[in-house]
Write a protein that binds this ligand. Structure first.
Ligand SMILES: C[S@@+](CC[C@H](N)C(=O)[O-])C[C@H]1O[C@@H](n2cnc3c(N)ncnc32)[C@H](O)[C@@H]1O
Length: 336
């Protein structure tokens, strides 16, 4: 979701569900990986089809409660793991027949309503923003990083034009008082000369901090690489993104692996496909008018997918190089 504001609707709504199901076609059976289980919206729908199995992941332990309920109904057809999707390779799925891997990035309605997580600038109390399995919080970042580092986080992860003034004012304020959610919003308001009338003044900085605290860029890059490895020939990799940086990464990954030779030269295979992916649809799929009216926060959702053309496990990609700058910024967190 693009804005870290609590949506007015009352329940979780699985974004682009119909479109995703139509692309991955679980009616033919098979094993699917739901990398972002959340409230289980996609998983439940897949398991409703006979002969399907789902391996679901989520970094938020709260998801385990819903997963336990599903386990009662679907037994061995369903497995839940409380891990980050970048760790997909630890599941040793190399020889499984995986037909589809799905990512629905970001956070759910339930998470943004959880005031302890502090994802919203409307929340009261301490800065946090950890979705689960994190090493540091937004409070650590705001209080311990250098002014220059904060500026880069706001600029690169939030596209915040006034990053420099905001970081400078945070640095001044933190020497006097502890910064919580409310005071951070006040600092941003005070720092911004150009007021934004379309989105809240704090939207971009809050998005940037959430990306940084959850290392969302490295998670996405290593998640995509590892998901691609475990897919079998004909398997589908599908990703729903909610902001332009995520979409840029997914678009580049799919495009480069469907245009450049991506199978290693050292492949023992005699007959190889030239490229790893088949990109049937270059443009992303976006929510219908009907979905937009039922669930307005879905307006920023974009769904892209690609089909793997070979069973080959290893492949070459320059995605880390291409987005190295962002990965390096996330590494500021290593010293916190
Ligand atoms: C938008 S919600 C998914 C909603 C889900 N599709 C549904 O229909 O209920 C995103 C979920 O992904 C989880 N998540 C975000 N980043 C993750 C990561 N790197 N690894 C594992 N789970 C992650 C969040 O904790 C959240 O529960």
């Amino acid at each position: 979701m693009d804005a870290t504001i609590v949506p007015k609707m009352q329940k979780h709504y699985p974004v682009l569900l119909k479109e995703i199901i139509s692309v991955i076609s679980p009616q033919h059976g098979g094993t699917f990986i739901d990398c972002t289980f959340g409230q289980g919206g996609y998983t439940k729908k897949i398991l409703d089809f006979e002969n399907t199995n789902v391996i679901a992941l989520d970094r938020d332990i709260e998801s385990a409660k819903i997963a336990n309920q599903l386990k009662e109904s679907f037994k061995d057809r369903f497995i839940f793991k409380n891990i980050k999707f970048s760790q997909l390779k630890n599941l040793k799925l190399k020889n499984e027949n995986i037909r589809g891997v799905i990512f629905d990035l970001g956070y759910s309605y339930t998470q943004i309503k959880d005031s302890e997580k502090g994802l919203s600038f409307e929340a009261n109390g301490k800065l946090n923003m950890q979705l689960g399995l994190n090493n540091y919080s937004a409070e650590d970042a705001i209080n311990k990083l250098d002014e220059k580092e904060l500026e880069k986080i706001f600029k690169f992860f939030g596209d915040e034009k006034e990053a420099k003034y905001i970081a400078r004012n945070i640095n001044k304020e933190r020497s006097k008082n502890e910064i919580d959610t409310k005071s951070l919003v006040e600092i941003i308001d005070k720092s911004k000369k150009r007021k934004n009338f379309k989105i809240h003044n704090a939207t971009k900085v809050f998005q940037a901090l959430r990306i940084f605290v959850n290392k969302e860029i490295s998670e996405l890059i290593y998640g995509l690489i590892n998901a691609t490895k475990v897919l079998k020939k004909g398997g589908i990799l599908g990703v729903v993104t909610f902001h332009s940086l995520e979409d840029k990464i997914v678009k580049y990954f799919f495009k480069s692996l469907s245009e450049n030779k991506s199978i290693s030269r050292y492949s023992p295979l005699v007959k190889q496909a030239d490229t790893l992916f088949n990109l049937i649809q270059k443009k992303p799929i976006t929510p219908s008018e009907e979905e937009l009216s039922e669930n307005p926060p879905s307006r920023s959702a974009k769904f892209r997918y690609a089909i793997k053309k070979t069973d080959f496990y290893n492949f070459d990609t320059d995605i880390e190089e291409k987005f190295r700058n962002y990965i390096e910024i996330e590494k500021y967190g290593d010293k916190l």
